[in-house]
Design a protein. Structure first.
Lengths: 464, 168
């Protein structure tokens, strides 16, 4: 094919250069960060190896609390996974134009948080090699999984959500993989050629891709809601004090979206800084997400207040020891720290416009993640250490193995996200370009050929 | 008669639309043309009478398969080993409903993906007409053109404002 010199649209070429730049340029900082993350992740696998070699006793599990940090962190990560796909799908369905630079960051969080979270039930099994017993397949003993167990619902729901989220992440990536294919050289070109599947950007292809994405967005919203509801039913279906709650489903979903948005904001701040994407991830995107975070903070407080008020007013004998252990007992410092992190600190930062700046939003989001992890811990451990019969009361303290695995998964998640950011643009190129087209159409003008990222999709027509 | 592909680049979608109208008037069939862009262009379609997508049907079909599959899995496996658990019926409607719901959604997800790939015949690594410069903007029109119509095609696209014409 002969290639003549032809004028190209500087705006699109500029966007391609800016967003593909991090894929092709790797500095020493990247390798240092990679080494640190590999070391932290290694801690997970070393600790897990010891647990496999010496038995589940290494995790320090004992009566009455058999669920500790593993299940706390499992619920936490599944909650974080609601950042992406759900938020991205909602914003797509309502055609919020400002979503465009953030959807990829969000969808990637979902995928990797699910991968990280899914590790915990396997680790918690002890005999991890028997995990396949949960898979429904015909076997020689004619035994099938017990579909009446909420743990099986979890297994099916999380796998459905993971499949949906990976698909929902990959579909909008196909055109960007094609751009990377056309710009890359060497082994990267081969890799992107395979990932782009032969995409050419024909009218037929765009029509079907957009249709598929919109169908996926509609499917993934109820799936996401069902996943965290089912996770809450792991608890609510048991006869344990303060777990048998009819609002546990929505309470968990609200908490999941709350922590998910906080995680998304943290990721966006770091990506913006590290990949120098200040022109693309602009204050307006942080401001809009921060407003959503504020709404979720209020909702979280409302659900928490309702949950505790009803328990206190009911004054049931088995529930009150759990209640008072959180309010004024040995879990009280963690409980009040949770309230401070999830409500007291974020409330003014997110409510007052002057305080709603990127560094403060970042700080509030970090507090919320800490608070939400504590919330999961406080749902699980105080109940387990105060079961129905007082002679079964006990204490819980995490072992080093358990703490190493739980903490190390933060490294695993960041490592997966970090590696992903090196092979896929973290902002969807075509969606961003489409946003500029939509914005210029609304403004009744052609795209600015001198674009350097100053126009934000959604700015021109904020009503969208 | 040999057939070549003519790759024409336009800077604006309107020019490409005008070129397509001229080419249709010149006797080029709609299925002999393809328009490539770096992003979806909304509004009037470039090529008239494009086959509509059946992805919604794919999704519904997948959901139906998932529904039947999930329901069968949860009920037949329970009946296969009829053990009463927790005082529940062997086939408990609530739990069967949950499993069926999730597999229905899974079926819809997988069918949408498969449907899109089938309708687009992807992955496709054959050498199809393509101009990599399209990722940097503009609109590329690919026209399958018999040797004899070369000049009329060039005339039509030139009059519409083509910035570049390549024959491959």
């Amino acid at each position: 094919m002969a290639h003549n010199q032809a004028p190209i649209s500087p705006s699109e070429a500029q966007i391609n250069r800016d967003l593909l730049g991090p894929l092709f340029k790797t500095g020493p900082r990247y390798y240092v960060m990679l080494a640190v993350l590999v070391a932290v992740t290694g801690m997970v696998f070393v600790a897990w190896f010891f647990q496999l070699a010496y038995g589940i006793g290494m995790a320090g599990k004992n009566r009455p609390s058999f669920w500790g940090l593993y299940i706390t962190t499992f619920v936490f990560w599944i909650g974080i996974s609601h950042a992406g796909t759900l938020i991205s799908a909602i914003l797509r369905v309502v055609q919020a134009e400002w979503r465009r630079p953030i959807t990829r960051c969000a969808e990637a969080i979902t995928t990797f948080a699910l991968c990280t979270g899914s590790l915990f039930p396997i680790v918690h099994l002890g005999r991890a090699w028997l995990f396949y017993w949960m898979v429904p397949y015909p076997n020689s003993r004619y035994l099938w999984p017990n579909f009446q167990s909420p743990l099986m619902w979890d297994f099916i729901a999380i796998n459905t959500y993971l499949t949906g989220s990976v698909t929902y992440l990959y579909l909008p990536m196909i055109p960007d993989m094609a751009v990377a294919r056309d710009k890359a050289i060497g082994w990267r070109k081969k890799m992107y050629r395979i990932l782009a599947l032969g995409w050419r950007g024909t009218e037929r292809e765009w029509l079907r891709l957009e249709k598929a994405i919109s169908i996926m967005a509609l499917i993934i919203i109820p799936v996401a809601v069902s996943v965290h509801t089912i996770v809450s039913w792991d608890f609510a279906m048991t006869l344990m004090p303060m777990w048998r709650s009819t609002i546990f489903g929505p309470y968990f979903v609200v908490g999941a979206i709350f922590s998910g948005i906080a995680a998304l904001l943290i990721a966006m701040v770091l990506i913006r800084k590290y990949f120098k994407l200040e022109n693309y991830l602009q204050p307006v995107h942080f401001d809009n997400l921060a407003k959503m975070l504020f709404a979720m903070s209020l909702l979280w407080f409302y659900f928490t207040f309702t949950e505790y008020l009803v328990t206190w007013y009911g004054n049931e004998a088995p529930e009150m020891p759990v209640f008072w252990s959180k309010i004024s007992g040995r879990f009280a410092p963690l409980f009040w720290l949770m309230v401070v992190c999830n409500f007291i600190i974020p409330f003014p930062i997110l409510a007052i416009k002057k305080l709603r700046r990127i560094p403060t939003i970042f700080f509030a989001s970090c507090c919320i993640l800490v608070g939400m992890w504590l919330e999961r811990f406080l749902i699980i451990v105080p109940t387990l250490t105060h079961p129905f019969l007082p002679y079964n009361y006990g204490t819980y303290w995490p072992s080093l193995t358990e703490a190493s695995i739980a903490a190390g998964t933060l490294g695993l998640f960041v490592l997966l996200y970090f590696l992903f950011a090196k092979f896929s643009p973290m902002i969807s190129i075509w969606e961003y370009q489409e946003g500029l087209q939509v914005a210029s159409k609304h403004a009744g003008e052609l795209p600015d050929p001198t674009f350097v990222g100053q126009t934000v999709p959604g700015d021109v027509h904020p009503g969208h | 008669m040999t057939q070549n592909w003519c790759l024409v680049k336009f800077s604006q979608p309107a020019e490409a639309r005008m070129a397509i109208r001229r080419l249709l008037q010149a006797g080029i069939q709609p299925d002999a043309m393809e328009v490539m862009t770096s992003q979806p262009i909304h509004g009037e379609p470039f090529i008239p009478d494009m086959k509509p997508t059946k992805l919604r049907t794919w999704a519904l079909g997948g959901a139906a398969v998932g529904l039947v599959g999930g329901f069968s899995l949860a009920t037949l496996t329970a009946l296969n080993y009829p053990l009463v658990k927790g005082g529940m019926p062997v086939v408990a409607p609530w739990t069967v409903g949950l499993i069926t719901y999730e597999t229905t959604m899974l079926g819809a997800v997988l069918a949408t993906l498969v449907g899109m790939l089938v309708e687009l015949r992807l992955p496709n690594f054959k050498n199809l007409p393509y101009d990599p410069s399209v990722v940097d903007g503009g609109v590329v029109l690919a026209v399958a053109c018999p040797e004899g119509q070369r000049s009329s095609v060039e005339g039509a696209v030139g009059a519409a404002g083509a910035t570049r014409v390549n024959w491959v």
